[in-house]
Every structure is written in C-alpha cells, then in structure tokens.
Design a protein around this ligand. Structure first.
Ligand SMILES: *[C@@H]1O[C@H](CO)[C@@H](O)[C@H](O)[C@H]1NC(C)=O
Ligand SMILES: *[C@@H]1O[C@H](CO)[C@@H](O)[C@H](O)[C@H]1NC(C)=O
Ligand SMILES: *[C@@H]1O[C@H](CO)[C@@H](O)[C@H](O)[C@H]1NC(C)=O
Length: 344
C-alpha cells in the first residue's frame, strides 16, 4: 500500500483533500469506463446506420439457397428465372383495399411502395434499392482457378502475370465480356414494358479495369447519354498484395472511359494499395460505410442505385447492411433493399 494512504493525514491538510479528490476521480473514471463498455455503445462515426429490409427479395430470405447443392461445384441462385428475386407481395402497405392493382406488374407495385415510403417514415430514415453487380470473369479469376487458391495467394497473385497471361489490374476475358453483355440482355428484359423494373438513377463503378469494362458492356444501349457512371475509389476490391487489385492511374482510367465522371479527390496514382498489407474485413467495412454515407447523404438522390464492383466489395456491403452472405458468380447481380437511419 502506498505510504501516504497508510497514515491518515491531519484533517484539512492538502494531502488529505487531494487523496479524497483522487478517489472520487478514480471512481468516476471506473464508472464511466464500465458504463461505456456495457450500456452505451461508442457513438459511431458514421452518418447512418444501415439495415437490410427483409421480406421483399428472395436473396435475403434464408429459404433461398445462394449456392447449391455442393459448394465444390457451385450452382448459383438463378435470379434471371425469378424476376431478379422480387417476391410478388399479396399486398403492400401503401395499397388501399379499393385500389385495383391487378394490371400492375410486381415491379411497378414494389416501386410505388418504395416511392411512398418517405411520406410514412420518421425524419432521418431513408430507403433505397441497390442493384449490386459483380464484374465478369477477369484474367485473375482464370489464373486463380489455374494455380489453385493457395498457390495463387502465396505466390502468383503478387506477380503481374506469368509470361503468357497478365492479371495486374486484370481485363475481362472473352467469357467475362459475354457475361457483362448477358447481364445487359437480362436488364433489357427487366426494364421492358412487360416487367417494368425501375432503371437506376445513379451508377457507381469501381476504378478497376474489369469493372469499367463490365459496366460499359452491361449498360451500353440503355440510352448511353442518361447512363452517367461515377467512378468511386471506395467500391474497389479488397486492397493490397494482389496485383489484380492495384488500380491504374487516373489518366489511364479517364482514357478508358472518357465520358464517365471520376469522383472529386481521386488521386492520380494508386496511393492506397500496398504490396505488404492485405486489407482486413474491418478496414474494408470502413470504406463501404463511407461509400454508403456519401450515397445516402444526398437525400434527394435516386432511390435506385447501381453499383458495379467486386465479390469482396459486395460481401462487405452485405456485412455493413446486415444482409446474410450471398456469393455471386462472376457477372452476377443481386438487389439489396437498404434502410438507413441517421445518427445524430
Ligand atoms: C499462365 O497462366 C494461365 C492461366 O492464367 C495458363 O493458362 C498458362 O498456361 C500459364 N502460362 C505458363 C507459362 O505457365
Ligand atoms: C462504352 O464504350 C464505348 C466506346 O468507348 C462508348 O461509345 C459507349 O458509350 C460506352 N458505354 C457506356 C454505357 O458508357
Ligand atoms: C431510352 O429513352 C427513351 C426516351 O427517353 C425511353 O422511352 C426508353 O424507355 C429508354 N430506354 C431504356 C432502355 O431506358
């Protein structure tokens, strides 16, 4: 025991008072630590909390098998056969009993419901539907399959290529290009007057070449002039170590898609990729929340948002919105219905 505590100092002495003060401070300090750890979670730095709204899409329903029946030979959920996963509801809350909606398509009814939500939501709550797309097959996907994931991660992914194939900032293979065009064909059907799925009003694309190529092929023909993708650093793939996830310079990206917008503050060279550190899930999720915060901060923004990105980016967006795991094949797409609640 420290000496000054063993002998009670004379009343009124400054040592006595400071001992009492110190004890009070210590108790307050311990109590604040206790309460902050157990009752009040640390206030998040993010502008919004995100949540997947369940019950409207098959992809968020535990009864839908994302990959079945054997993970070794995956057969991915075929959203092209299920209207992109939209569950045809018996009744939406915005539909009065009188309204005869039998002539409206399921997508028209869902869209009316989505558009009616702001009128009945508390301030600070927003809903949007995101169309998430994974790029088509790239040369890096072929190389990983060729070498096996272990050898790929340990050796080959760190090289630019193997002499016959190049996979740094990989391009799409012919198969990947076809997957991107097929996605466009599927969307053409969805946006047609028979189905009436709503077109996005905002398009975000990862700066990696395979995503620029995918978005270009998928969205070509949809009134190119109204399709104005914005290239966003925050939706790029897990960063570091693998050369396929190191982006090209801003100049090269601009030359690849001269008509698209590159977000403000986008550095000329890739300053985020590091040869000696692979981004963790926690680090990646910080970027994904920052991306969502930017999208949702504009309350007047479109309720239908397209994102062309990567398996890792999509997995992270699913984590931060509390959606269950839902792997997509290369060129695959999925909707997520997101509720954002402002933190203030
Ligand atoms: C390089 O990798 C590709 C697969 O990405 C493979 O088809 C090719 O045979 C490899 N080349 C050499 C020289 O090993
Ligand atoms: C895709 O690229 C071609 C050639 O550069 C261009 O004409 C077309 O408008 C692009 N498509 C989109 C959707 O930007
Ligand atoms: C293209 O634009 C025209 C006129 O604005 C519109 O009628 C048509 O539905 C659009 N097509 C697609 C696929 O968005």
């Amino acid at each position: 025991m420290p000496k000054f505590l063993s002998n009670t100092p004379p009343r009124g002495s400054s040592l006595y008072i400071s001992t009492i003060l110190l004890s009070i401070l210590a108790v307050l300090y311990l109590a604040s630590g206790f309460f902050s750890a157990t009752t009040a979670p640390a206030k998040p730095d993010n502008m919004f909390d995100y949540q997947t709204v369940d019950g409207y899409f098959m992809q968020s329903d535990p009864a839908t098998d994302p990959v079945g029946p054997d993970e070794k030979y995956p057969v991915y959920f075929d959203y092209t056969k299920y209207n992109f996963g939209l569950i045809a509801a018996e009744h939406y809350p915005n539909e009065g009993n009188q309204i005869d909606y039998k002539d409206r398509t399921p997508w028209q009814r869902f869209t009316s419901f989505l558009n009616a939500l702001p009128a009945t939501s508390p301030p600070g709550t927003q809903y949007r539907l995101l169309y998430l797309a994974r790029h088509g097959e790239g040369y890096h996907n072929v190389a990983e399959a060729f070498y096996g994931t272990k050898a790929w991660d340990e050796k080959w992914s760190r090289l630019d290529g193997n002499g016959t194939s190049v996979w740094s900032d990989a391009h799409l293979t012919a198969v990947g290009e076809q997957q991107a065009r097929d996605a466009g064909r599927f969307l053409t059907k969805q946006f047609s007057s028979e189905v009436k799925m709503p077109l996005p009003g905002e398009w975000y694309v990862s700066p990696l070449t395979r995503c620029l190529e995918t978005a270009n092929l998928t969205w070509d023909g949809f009134n190119g002039s109204s399709t104005k993708p914005i290239i966003k650093e925050m939706v790029r793939e897990v960063m570091g170590e693998h050369t396929c996830d190191r982006r090209s310079s801003r100049t090269v990206i601009h030359d690849t898609v001269p008509e698209w917008t590159i977000e403000d503050g986008f550095a000329e060279e890739d300053e985020l990729w590091r040869a000696d550190h692979r981004e963790t899930w926690a680090e990646h999720d910080v970027r994904s929340r920052a991306f969502l915060d930017e999208v949702f901060a504009n309350e007047e923004g479109s309720k239908i948002v397209s994102v062309t990105a990567h398996s890792g980016t999509i997995a992270s967006l699913l984590r931060v919105t509390g959606h269950r795991k839902f792997p997509l094949q290369t060129g695959g797409m999925m909707p997520i219905f997101v509720k954002a609640t402002r933190n203030d």
